[in-house]
Design a protein around this ligand. Structure first.
Ligand SMILES: [Zn+2]
Ligand SMILES: [Zn+2]
Ligand SMILES: [Zn+2]
Ligand SMILES: [Zn+2]
Length: 489
C-alpha cells in the first residue's frame, strides 16, 4: 500500500514517535513516498449517498446486499463488505442502515477492513497510533460530531454484537474516528466533491508550519510525497496540516483543535514569521514602527513590542482587535464594498502583510474573479481588472516566503496574477491605453510568471488538479508567446 524511497529511513524517538528522515542528500522534486489510501470516505456530515465503489453521487442500492449505494456505472463493490450484509453476519441488520445514517460509512468501512483477515494487517499501523481519549472528550465540536453522526447511530444499529472479536464500545469507536480524522487528506472525487482519504503513513508525518515536502494527490486518490527543498541526511521529513496564509495565533489554534498539537516550529517561534510580519501590528506610539509578539522561552505568546521605539502593545488589546476584525469579516458576507472599506479602515492598524489584511484581499480578489467570469461577454471594467491584478500581486511575496521551494501555493498565486494581468493588458492595449511597447513589456512579465508557475508544478501528476492547472498555464503561455512574436519585434 505504500512505497518508501530508499533514500528515506524510518526512525523512532520519544518526541515524534515513528517518523521519517532523509538517509542521503535529496533533491527538490524527488519522490519520497507513494501511498494508496487505506480507505476513502465522505466527510462525517455528508448527507448525499455515494457509490460504494467509485464515490460519485448515487441513488440506487447494491442488489445483492441492499445496504450499500452504487451508481449507474458500477455493478459491484468490495466483496467482503457486500458479502457481510448479503449472507454473512450483517444480514440481520436493517437494510436502511446507511440510508438513515450515511455519516457512519467511513467508520463502517474501517470496521469491515479490521474484520476481513486479508485487510486487517493493513490497518495495524493505524491501530497502533496512540489516542488519548481524555484529550478529546468534551472537546470543542469534534467529539460531539463523532458522537452524533457516527458513534451513536452505529452503536444503536446492533452491529457491535455481530463483530464480537473487535470488542467494540463507544470509546473504541471514538478512538477509530479520531484515527481516521488525524490520518486524512482531503481528496477530490471525479464529480468535484471533496472526500477524506486515509493515508496511514503520509498523513501521519510530523507537522511543521514550513513543510519540506509537497503532497500530491491524483484523480485515483494516489498520494505522492516529494521534497520541496534540498534535504540533507538526518533531516526530518515534515508535512504541514495548516493553512500557511494564517498567522501564528490562528495556525496554533487550528492545530490544537484538529490535532491536539502545540506547534513550536521555527516559524511559530519567529515573531516576524520569516520576515513576512504576518502577525505584526502598526505601532501606536511612533509613525514608522511595527510591533511584534514577544515569546517566552517556551514559545508562549506575550505582549507586542515595537521594534523601533520599544513601546508595548498589550496582548489583550491585540486579541480584542483581532476578534473585532474577525467579526466584521463574518458580517461582510461577500460584499465587495464592505471588504474595501474594512481594508481602508484596518490598514491603519496592521502591518500591510498582516494575515487579516491578506484575508480581506483574498476575499476581494475572489469576488472580482467571479465578476470577471460573469462579465466575460460584456466589457469587463478596467478598474476592477486593475484592482484584481494589484491584489494578486500583493499576495505573491507572502506566498513565496511562507512556503519555500516547490510550492503549490506560490504557483497558484502566480497563475491568479498572470490571468488577471493578461486580461487587463489585453483590454488596455485594445483600447489604446497601452502602446505596443508597454504591452510587450507587460506580456514579458506575464510570460515570466507562467514559466515560473509551470516550473513549480512540474512534479505534480498529470491527472491531478495541479496537473490540469499546469496544462491551463501552458495554453496561456502559448497565447502570450504568440502575441510577443507578433508585437515584440
Ligand atoms: Zn460507482
Ligand atoms: Zn453489495
Ligand atoms: Zn508552527
Ligand atoms: Zn514604535
Amino acid at each position: 500500500m505504500q512505497d518508501l524511497s530508499e533514500n528515506i529511513q524510518q526512525v523512532h524517538n520519544e518526541k515524534l514517535g515513528r517518523h521519517l528522515v532523509a538517509g542521503l542528500p535529496i533533491e527538490p522534486g524527488e519522490t519520497l513516498l507513494e501511498e494508496r489510501p487505506l480507505l476513502v470516505t465522505p466527510h462525517w456530515e455528508c448527507g448525499q449517498l455515494k457509490c460504494a465503489q467509485c464515490l460519485q453521487e448515487s441513488y440506487v442500492m447494491c442488489r445483492k446486499c441492499q445496504v450499500y449505494p452504487l451508481c449507474m456505472d458500477c455493478s459491484q463493490h468490495d466483496d467482503f463488505e457486500c458479502e457481510f450484509f448479503a449472507s454473512g453476519a450483517g444480514k440481520s441488520i436493517c437494510k436502511d442502515l446507511l440510508v438513515k445514517n450515511y455519516g457512519i460509512c467511513g467508520l463502517l468501512r474501517l470496521l469491515l477492513l479490521l474484520e476481513d483477515p486479508t485487510t486487517r494487517p493493513d490497518c495495524q499501523v493505524l491501530m497502533e497510533w496512540p489516542v488519548n481519549l481524555e484529550d478529546y472528550r468534551d472537546g470543542e465540536g469534534m467529539w460531539q460530531e463523532h458522537e452524533e453522526q457516527v458513534v451513536r447511530p452505529l452503536m444503536e444499529s446492533g452491529i457491535m454484537e455481530l463483530l464480537p472479536s473487535q470488542q467494540l464500545t463507544s470509546d473504541v469507536l471514538h478512538a477509530h474516528c479520531i484515527r481516521i480524522d488525524s490520518h486524512a487528506f482531503e481528496v477530490t472525487a471525479r464529480d468535484g466533491d471533496t472526500l477524506k482519504g486515509v493515508f496511514v503513513c503520509g498523513a501521519s508525518l510530523p507537522h511543521h508550519c514550513v513543510p519540506n515536502t509537497v503532497v500530491a494527490l491524483d484523480e485515483e486518490f494516489n498520494m505522492k510525497l516529494y521534497a520541496a527543498v534540498p534535504l540533507q541526511p538526518g533531516d526530518i521529513i515534515y508535512n504541514s496540516y495548516t493553512n500557511p496564509l494564517m498567522g501564528t495565533s490562528q495556525r496554533q489554534h487550528q492545530l490544537r483543535l484538529s490535532r491536539r498539537l502545540d506547534c513550536t516550529c521555527s516559524r511559530c517561534q519567529d515573531p516576524t514569521e520569516m520576515g513576512t510580519h504576518m502577525s505584526s501590528m502598526k505601532c501606536r506610539e511612533c509613525a514608522e514602527g511595527y510591533a511584534v509578539c514577544e515569546m517566552d522561552a517556551n514559545g508562549r505568546m506575550g505582549d507586542w513590542r515595537c521594534l523601533n521605539c520599544k513601546s508595548i502593545l498589550p496582548a489583550a488589546s491585540v486579541h480584542e482587535l483581532l476578534a473585532e476584525v474577525g467579526g466584521a469579516l463574518v458580517d461582510a458576507r461577500g460584499d465587495l464594498q464592505v471588504y474595501e472599506s474594512l481594508l481602508t479602515q484596518y490598514r491603519q492598524l496592521f502591518h500591510p502583510n498582516h494575515f487579516l489584511l491578506l484575508d480581506i484581499k483574498q476575499n476581494i480578489a475572489t469576488i472580482l474573479r467571479a465578476a470577471a467570469l460573469m462579465n466575460s461577454v460584456e466589457q469587463p471594467c478596467k478598474k476592477l481588472l486593475a484592482r484584481r491584478a494589484e491584489l494578486c500581486s500583493d499576495l505573491l511575496p507572502v506566498c513565496r516566503a511562507v512556503v519555500p521551494g516547490l510550492s503549490k501555493l506560490y504557483a497558484i498565486g502566480l497563475f491568479e496574477y498572470l490571468i488577471s494581468l493578461v486580461e487587463l493588458i489585453e483590454l488596455q492595449f485594445a483600447e489604446s491605453d497601452l502602446d505596443k511597447k508597454g504591452y510587450v513589456g507587460q506580456l514579458r512579465i506575464a510570460s515570466q510568471a507562467a514559466k515560473e508557475a509551470m516550473e513549480l508544478l512540474r512534479f505534480e501528476p498529470e491527472n491531478s488538479a495541479e496537473g490540469f492547472l499546469s496544462e491551463r498555464i501552458a495554453m496561456e503561455l502559448e497565447r502570450i508567446e504568440s502575441d510577443l512574436m507578433k508585437y515584440g519585434r
